[in-house]
Design a protein around this ligand. Structure first.
Ligand code: PLP
Length: 376
Protein backbone atom coordinates (compact mmCIF):
# COMPACT_ATOMS: atom_id res chain seq x y z
CA UNK A 1 0.00 0.00 0.00
CA UNK A 2 1.29 3.48 -0.88
CA UNK A 3 1.60 5.89 2.06
CA UNK A 4 -1.72 7.71 2.52
CA UNK A 5 -1.77 11.45 1.83
CA UNK A 6 -4.51 14.07 1.93
CA UNK A 7 -3.70 14.72 -1.75
CA UNK A 8 -1.33 12.76 -3.96
CA UNK A 9 -0.32 15.11 -6.76
CA UNK A 10 2.89 13.15 -7.29
CA UNK A 11 1.20 9.88 -8.32
CA UNK A 12 -1.28 11.83 -10.46
CA UNK A 13 1.67 13.47 -12.23
CA UNK A 14 3.26 10.09 -12.95
CA UNK A 15 0.15 9.11 -14.94
CA UNK A 16 0.35 12.21 -17.16
CA UNK A 17 4.12 12.71 -17.10
CA UNK A 18 4.74 12.26 -20.84
CA UNK A 19 2.14 14.84 -21.82
CA UNK A 20 3.05 17.31 -19.08
CA UNK A 21 6.79 17.11 -19.65
CA UNK A 22 6.33 17.71 -23.38
CA UNK A 23 4.06 20.71 -22.72
CA UNK A 24 6.54 22.24 -20.29
CA UNK A 25 9.39 21.65 -22.74
CA UNK A 26 7.41 23.40 -25.45
CA UNK A 27 7.03 26.48 -23.28
CA UNK A 28 10.74 26.43 -22.45
CA UNK A 29 11.57 26.21 -26.15
CA UNK A 30 9.22 29.09 -26.98
CA UNK A 31 10.69 31.29 -24.22
CA UNK A 32 7.22 32.90 -23.95
CA UNK A 33 7.09 32.46 -20.18
CA UNK A 34 4.59 35.27 -19.70
CA UNK A 35 1.36 35.49 -21.72
CA UNK A 36 2.46 32.71 -24.04
CA UNK A 37 0.05 30.88 -26.33
CA UNK A 38 -0.96 28.32 -23.69
CA UNK A 39 -2.47 31.06 -21.51
CA UNK A 40 -5.01 32.15 -24.11
CA UNK A 41 -5.62 28.52 -25.16
CA UNK A 42 -6.40 27.61 -21.58
CA UNK A 43 -8.71 30.60 -21.07
CA UNK A 44 -10.62 29.62 -24.22
CA UNK A 45 -10.88 25.94 -23.27
CA UNK A 46 -11.97 26.76 -19.74
CA UNK A 47 -14.65 29.20 -20.93
CA UNK A 48 -16.00 26.49 -23.25
CA UNK A 49 -15.93 23.89 -20.49
CA UNK A 50 -17.73 26.16 -18.04
CA UNK A 51 -20.12 27.68 -20.54
CA UNK A 52 -19.13 31.20 -19.51
CA UNK A 53 -18.31 34.02 -21.90
CA UNK A 54 -15.08 35.31 -20.38
CA UNK A 55 -12.28 33.63 -18.43
CA UNK A 56 -9.50 35.92 -17.21
CA UNK A 57 -6.50 34.00 -15.89
CA UNK A 58 -4.60 35.45 -12.94
CA UNK A 59 -1.93 34.57 -10.40
CA UNK A 60 -3.98 32.81 -7.69
CA UNK A 61 -7.46 32.45 -6.24
CA UNK A 62 -7.00 35.16 -3.63
CA UNK A 63 -6.08 37.64 -6.37
CA UNK A 64 -9.09 36.47 -8.38
CA UNK A 65 -11.39 37.49 -5.52
CA UNK A 66 -9.57 40.77 -4.98
CA UNK A 67 -9.62 41.70 -8.68
CA UNK A 68 -13.34 40.91 -8.78
CA UNK A 69 -14.02 43.33 -5.93
CA UNK A 70 -11.73 46.00 -7.44
CA UNK A 71 -13.37 45.72 -10.86
CA UNK A 72 -16.80 46.24 -9.29
CA UNK A 73 -15.44 49.47 -7.82
CA UNK A 74 -16.51 48.60 -4.29
CA UNK A 75 -15.61 51.43 -1.90
CA UNK A 76 -14.29 51.48 1.67
CA UNK A 77 -17.17 50.92 4.06
CA UNK A 78 -19.27 48.96 1.57
CA UNK A 79 -20.56 45.82 3.22
CA UNK A 80 -19.88 42.41 1.75
CA UNK A 81 -21.85 39.45 3.05
CA UNK A 82 -19.85 36.22 3.31
CA UNK A 83 -19.95 33.01 5.30
CA UNK A 84 -17.74 32.90 8.38
CA UNK A 85 -17.18 29.18 7.79
CA UNK A 86 -14.72 29.39 4.88
CA UNK A 87 -11.06 29.66 4.02
CA UNK A 88 -9.60 33.00 5.10
CA UNK A 89 -8.88 34.21 1.54
CA UNK A 90 -12.59 34.86 0.97
CA UNK A 91 -12.87 37.41 3.75
CA UNK A 92 -9.26 38.60 3.83
CA UNK A 93 -9.57 40.36 0.47
CA UNK A 94 -12.71 42.11 1.69
CA UNK A 95 -10.71 43.52 4.60
CA UNK A 96 -7.67 44.29 2.45
CA UNK A 97 -9.79 46.57 0.27
CA UNK A 98 -11.18 48.24 3.41
CA UNK A 99 -14.63 46.90 2.70
CA UNK A 100 -16.59 45.63 5.67
CA UNK A 101 -16.98 41.87 5.95
CA UNK A 102 -20.38 40.82 7.26
CA UNK A 103 -20.22 37.25 8.47
CA UNK A 104 -23.30 35.08 8.25
CA UNK A 105 -24.31 31.54 9.06
CA UNK A 106 -24.09 28.47 6.92
CA UNK A 107 -26.51 25.61 6.51
CA UNK A 108 -25.34 22.83 8.87
CA UNK A 109 -26.00 20.19 6.19
CA UNK A 110 -24.38 21.71 3.10
CA UNK A 111 -21.79 23.88 4.94
CA UNK A 112 -22.73 26.67 2.49
CA UNK A 113 -24.12 30.16 3.16
CA UNK A 114 -27.71 30.29 4.42
CA UNK A 115 -29.98 32.50 2.25
CA UNK A 116 -32.18 33.46 5.22
CA UNK A 117 -29.09 34.67 7.07
CA UNK A 118 -28.10 36.76 4.04
CA UNK A 119 -31.53 38.39 4.00
CA UNK A 120 -31.26 39.33 7.68
CA UNK A 121 -27.77 40.82 7.22
CA UNK A 122 -28.68 43.22 4.42
CA UNK A 123 -28.37 46.95 5.23
CA UNK A 124 -28.35 50.07 3.00
CA UNK A 125 -24.54 49.67 2.84
CA UNK A 126 -24.61 46.11 1.49
CA UNK A 127 -23.08 45.91 -1.99
CA UNK A 128 -22.19 42.29 -2.57
CA UNK A 129 -22.70 38.69 -1.52
CA UNK A 130 -19.82 36.21 -1.70
CA UNK A 131 -21.16 32.65 -1.57
CA UNK A 132 -18.52 29.92 -1.27
CA UNK A 133 -19.09 26.53 -2.89
CA UNK A 134 -17.42 24.87 0.07
CA UNK A 135 -15.73 21.46 -0.15
CA UNK A 136 -17.08 21.05 -3.71
CA UNK A 137 -20.81 21.45 -3.00
CA UNK A 138 -22.73 24.36 -4.55
CA UNK A 139 -24.20 27.14 -2.44
CA UNK A 140 -27.98 27.62 -2.98
CA UNK A 141 -27.52 29.98 -5.92
CA UNK A 142 -31.12 30.24 -7.06
CA UNK A 143 -32.16 31.78 -3.75
CA UNK A 144 -29.00 33.89 -3.55
CA UNK A 145 -29.52 35.27 -7.05
CA UNK A 146 -33.14 36.13 -6.21
CA UNK A 147 -32.04 38.06 -3.10
CA UNK A 148 -29.31 39.83 -5.10
CA UNK A 149 -31.86 40.86 -7.72
CA UNK A 150 -34.32 42.09 -5.12
CA UNK A 151 -31.71 44.27 -3.37
CA UNK A 152 -29.57 45.08 -6.41
CA UNK A 153 -26.42 43.40 -5.08
CA UNK A 154 -23.43 41.88 -6.84
CA UNK A 155 -22.75 38.17 -6.42
CA UNK A 156 -19.13 37.02 -6.44
CA UNK A 157 -18.90 33.23 -6.34
CA UNK A 158 -15.86 31.79 -4.59
CA UNK A 159 -15.49 28.67 -6.72
CA UNK A 160 -11.98 27.72 -5.55
CA UNK A 161 -13.20 24.37 -4.21
CA UNK A 162 -15.87 23.38 -6.72
CA UNK A 163 -14.64 23.64 -10.28
CA UNK A 164 -16.66 21.34 -12.50
CA UNK A 165 -19.63 21.16 -10.13
CA UNK A 166 -23.08 21.42 -11.74
CA UNK A 167 -25.95 23.42 -10.27
CA UNK A 168 -29.52 22.58 -11.26
CA UNK A 169 -32.16 25.35 -11.17
CA UNK A 170 -35.76 24.52 -10.35
CA UNK A 171 -36.70 24.75 -14.05
CA UNK A 172 -34.13 22.04 -14.80
CA UNK A 173 -31.47 24.35 -16.29
CA UNK A 174 -27.95 23.33 -15.36
CA UNK A 175 -25.01 25.67 -14.91
CA UNK A 176 -21.46 25.25 -13.67
CA UNK A 177 -20.65 26.80 -10.31
CA UNK A 178 -18.78 30.07 -10.72
CA UNK A 179 -20.78 31.10 -13.80
CA UNK A 180 -24.10 32.14 -12.24
CA UNK A 181 -23.23 35.29 -10.32
CA UNK A 182 -21.86 38.63 -11.47
CA UNK A 183 -18.33 37.24 -11.27
CA UNK A 184 -16.81 33.87 -10.35
CA UNK A 185 -13.33 33.33 -8.91
CA UNK A 186 -11.28 30.17 -8.75
CA UNK A 187 -7.87 28.87 -7.71
CA UNK A 188 -5.49 26.42 -9.39
CA UNK A 189 -3.46 25.83 -6.22
CA UNK A 190 -1.91 22.35 -6.64
CA UNK A 191 -4.31 20.57 -4.29
CA UNK A 192 -7.49 22.04 -5.83
CA UNK A 193 -9.65 19.87 -8.12
CA UNK A 194 -8.01 21.54 -11.11
CA UNK A 195 -4.53 22.12 -9.75
CA UNK A 196 -1.43 23.54 -11.41
CA UNK A 197 2.16 22.79 -10.35
CA UNK A 198 2.44 26.16 -8.69
CA UNK A 199 0.03 29.04 -8.13
CA UNK A 200 -2.74 30.06 -10.48
CA UNK A 201 -6.25 31.44 -10.57
CA UNK A 202 -9.01 32.71 -12.84
CA UNK A 203 -11.99 35.03 -12.91
CA UNK A 204 -15.20 34.32 -14.85
CA UNK A 205 -17.99 36.57 -16.09
CA UNK A 206 -20.66 36.71 -18.78
CA UNK A 207 -20.58 40.53 -18.80
CA UNK A 208 -18.50 42.06 -21.64
CA UNK A 209 -17.97 45.42 -19.92
CA UNK A 210 -16.96 43.80 -16.66
CA UNK A 211 -14.59 41.44 -18.49
CA UNK A 212 -12.71 44.44 -19.89
CA UNK A 213 -12.54 45.97 -16.43
CA UNK A 214 -11.31 42.72 -14.84
CA UNK A 215 -8.58 42.34 -17.47
CA UNK A 216 -7.52 45.93 -16.96
CA UNK A 217 -7.38 45.65 -13.17
CA UNK A 218 -5.31 42.44 -13.39
CA UNK A 219 -2.90 44.19 -15.74
CA UNK A 220 -1.78 47.36 -13.91
CA UNK A 221 -4.98 49.18 -14.82
CA UNK A 222 -4.05 49.40 -18.49
CA UNK A 223 -5.75 48.42 -21.73
CA UNK A 224 -3.11 50.12 -23.83
CA UNK A 225 0.47 49.58 -22.70
CA UNK A 226 1.80 52.37 -20.44
CA UNK A 227 -1.58 54.14 -20.30
CA UNK A 228 -2.98 53.35 -16.85
CA UNK A 229 -6.64 54.19 -16.43
CA UNK A 230 -7.33 52.78 -12.97
CA UNK A 231 -5.33 51.49 -10.03
CA UNK A 232 -4.81 47.82 -10.71
CA UNK A 233 -2.40 45.07 -9.78
CA UNK A 234 -0.09 42.65 -11.50
CA UNK A 235 -1.65 39.23 -11.56
CA UNK A 236 -0.82 36.75 -14.29
CA UNK A 237 -0.97 33.01 -14.85
CA UNK A 238 2.46 31.72 -15.95
CA UNK A 239 2.60 30.09 -19.38
CA UNK A 240 4.06 26.89 -17.90
CA UNK A 241 1.15 26.62 -15.46
CA UNK A 242 -1.36 27.28 -18.25
CA UNK A 243 0.22 24.52 -20.37
CA UNK A 244 -0.11 22.08 -17.46
CA UNK A 245 -3.68 23.20 -16.77
CA UNK A 246 -4.61 22.66 -20.44
CA UNK A 247 -3.73 18.99 -20.03
CA UNK A 248 -5.45 18.63 -16.68
CA UNK A 249 -8.63 20.43 -17.76
CA UNK A 250 -9.25 17.66 -20.32
CA UNK A 251 -9.20 15.22 -17.39
CA UNK A 252 -11.16 17.29 -14.91
CA UNK A 253 -14.43 15.36 -15.25
CA UNK A 254 -12.58 12.07 -14.81
CA UNK A 255 -10.71 13.47 -11.81
CA UNK A 256 -13.95 14.66 -10.22
CA UNK A 257 -15.53 11.26 -10.90
CA UNK A 258 -12.58 9.60 -9.13
CA UNK A 259 -13.19 11.83 -6.10
CA UNK A 260 -16.89 10.91 -6.21
CA UNK A 261 -16.00 7.20 -6.12
CA UNK A 262 -13.87 7.76 -3.04
CA UNK A 263 -16.78 9.58 -1.40
CA UNK A 264 -19.18 6.77 -2.36
CA UNK A 265 -16.85 4.24 -0.73
CA UNK A 266 -16.68 6.22 2.50
CA UNK A 267 -20.44 6.94 2.47
CA UNK A 268 -21.25 3.26 2.18
CA UNK A 269 -18.80 2.27 4.90
CA UNK A 270 -20.08 4.91 7.36
CA UNK A 271 -23.79 4.60 6.53
CA UNK A 272 -25.97 4.18 9.57
CA UNK A 273 -23.22 4.97 12.08
CA UNK A 274 -24.76 7.39 14.57
CA UNK A 275 -21.43 9.01 15.42
CA UNK A 276 -20.57 9.97 11.88
CA UNK A 277 -22.57 12.31 9.67
CA UNK A 278 -21.50 11.83 6.06
CA UNK A 279 -21.63 14.70 3.52
CA UNK A 280 -25.11 15.77 2.44
CA UNK A 281 -25.79 16.49 -1.22
CA UNK A 282 -28.67 18.88 -1.91
CA UNK A 283 -31.02 18.10 -4.81
CA UNK A 284 -29.81 21.20 -6.69
CA UNK A 285 -26.15 20.36 -6.41
CA UNK A 286 -23.62 17.94 -7.67
CA UNK A 287 -20.63 17.32 -5.36
CA UNK A 288 -17.03 17.29 -6.60
CA UNK A 289 -15.53 16.50 -3.18
CA UNK A 290 -12.65 18.92 -2.95
CA UNK A 291 -12.87 17.70 0.64
CA UNK A 292 -14.64 14.73 2.12
CA UNK A 293 -15.79 16.19 5.41
CA UNK A 294 -17.56 14.37 8.22
CA UNK A 295 -19.44 15.91 11.12
CA UNK A 296 -18.67 13.95 14.27
CA UNK A 297 -21.36 13.31 16.82
CA UNK A 298 -20.19 12.63 20.35
CA UNK A 299 -16.66 11.69 19.29
CA UNK A 300 -13.50 13.28 20.70
CA UNK A 301 -12.15 14.81 17.51
CA UNK A 302 -8.63 15.58 18.75
CA UNK A 303 -8.23 12.00 19.91
CA UNK A 304 -9.55 10.65 16.63
CA UNK A 305 -7.10 12.79 14.64
CA UNK A 306 -4.24 11.73 16.93
CA UNK A 307 -5.22 8.06 16.70
CA UNK A 308 -5.39 8.19 12.89
CA UNK A 309 -1.98 9.87 12.83
CA UNK A 310 -0.51 6.96 14.80
CA UNK A 311 -1.81 4.71 12.01
CA UNK A 312 -0.22 6.97 9.36
CA UNK A 313 -3.59 8.28 8.26
CA UNK A 314 -3.62 12.04 7.75
CA UNK A 315 -6.79 14.02 8.45
CA UNK A 316 -7.46 17.76 8.58
CA UNK A 317 -9.75 20.28 10.23
CA UNK A 318 -11.09 22.73 7.64
CA UNK A 319 -11.31 25.21 9.36
CA UNK A 320 -10.47 25.31 13.06
CA UNK A 321 -11.23 29.03 13.55
CA UNK A 322 -14.12 30.72 11.71
CA UNK A 323 -13.69 34.20 10.20
CA UNK A 324 -15.61 36.07 12.86
CA UNK A 325 -13.16 34.80 15.51
CA UNK A 326 -9.93 35.63 13.66
CA UNK A 327 -7.65 38.25 15.22
CA UNK A 328 -7.16 39.65 11.72
CA UNK A 329 -10.53 41.36 11.91
CA UNK A 330 -10.12 42.82 15.39
CA UNK A 331 -9.42 46.33 14.09
CA UNK A 332 -12.66 46.22 12.13
CA UNK A 333 -14.69 46.74 15.27
CA UNK A 334 -16.94 43.94 14.19
CA UNK A 335 -20.26 43.64 15.93
CA UNK A 336 -20.66 40.80 18.39
CA UNK A 337 -21.40 37.78 16.28
CA UNK A 338 -23.38 34.86 17.54
CA UNK A 339 -22.94 32.21 14.85
CA UNK A 340 -23.91 29.03 16.64
CA UNK A 341 -24.05 26.74 13.62
CA UNK A 342 -20.64 27.91 12.46
CA UNK A 343 -19.16 27.38 15.92
CA UNK A 344 -20.85 23.99 16.17
CA UNK A 345 -19.39 22.87 12.83
CA UNK A 346 -15.97 24.28 13.64
CA UNK A 347 -15.81 21.96 16.63
CA UNK A 348 -17.08 18.84 14.86
CA UNK A 349 -15.83 18.65 11.27
CA UNK A 350 -12.99 16.45 10.15
CA UNK A 351 -11.82 15.87 6.59
CA UNK A 352 -10.47 12.52 5.40
CA UNK A 353 -8.08 11.96 2.49
CA UNK A 354 -9.74 12.32 -0.92
CA UNK A 355 -7.92 12.56 -4.22
CA UNK A 356 -7.79 11.05 -7.67
CA UNK A 357 -5.24 8.35 -6.94
CA UNK A 358 -6.70 6.55 -3.92
CA UNK A 359 -6.50 2.77 -3.85
CA UNK A 360 -9.23 0.53 -2.48
CA UNK A 361 -6.71 -0.89 -0.03
CA UNK A 362 -6.04 2.59 1.35
CA UNK A 363 -9.75 3.31 1.65
CA UNK A 364 -10.43 0.04 3.45
CA UNK A 365 -7.57 0.79 5.84
CA UNK A 366 -8.83 4.31 6.60
CA UNK A 367 -12.43 3.18 7.11
CA UNK A 368 -11.35 0.33 9.39
CA UNK A 369 -9.39 2.67 11.63
CA UNK A 370 -12.05 5.39 11.74
CA UNK A 371 -14.67 2.82 12.71
CA UNK A 372 -12.30 1.19 15.21
CA UNK A 373 -11.98 4.49 16.97
CA UNK A 374 -15.55 5.76 16.95
CA UNK A 375 -17.06 2.36 17.88
CA UNK A 376 -14.76 1.60 20.76
C1 PLP B 1 -7.90 27.96 -2.06
C2 PLP B 1 -8.98 28.90 -1.78
C3 PLP B 1 -8.86 30.28 -2.07
C4 PLP B 1 -7.58 30.94 -2.46
O1 PLP B 1 -6.87 30.42 -3.50
P1 PLP B 1 -5.28 30.65 -3.60
O2 PLP B 1 -4.98 30.23 -5.00
O3 PLP B 1 -4.62 29.81 -2.58
O4 PLP B 1 -5.01 32.10 -3.40
C5 PLP B 1 -9.97 31.08 -1.88
N1 PLP B 1 -11.11 30.60 -1.38
C6 PLP B 1 -11.26 29.29 -1.07
C7 PLP B 1 -12.58 28.82 -0.53
C8 PLP B 1 -10.20 28.40 -1.24
O5 PLP B 1 -10.35 27.12 -0.90
Amino acid sequence: MRPIQMVDTRTQYEHIKTEVDAAIQEVLNSAAYINGKAVQDFATSLSQYLGVKHVIPCANGTDALQIAMMALDLQPGDEVITPSFTYIATTEVVALLKLTPVFVEVDPKTFCIDPEAIRKAITPKTKAIVPVHLYGHAAPMEEILAIAKEYNLYVIEDNAQAIGCDYTFSDGTKKKTGTMGTIGATSFYPSKNLGAYGDGGAIFTNDDVLAKQLKMVANHGQQKRYYHEVVGCNSRLDTIQAAILNIKLAKLDAYNAARQSVAAFYNKAFAGNKKIITPFVASYSDHVYHQYTLVLNDVNRDELVAYLATQNIPSMIYYPVPGHKQDMFKSFALPHYQLDTTDWLTERVVSLPVHTEMETEQLEYIVRHVLNFVNR
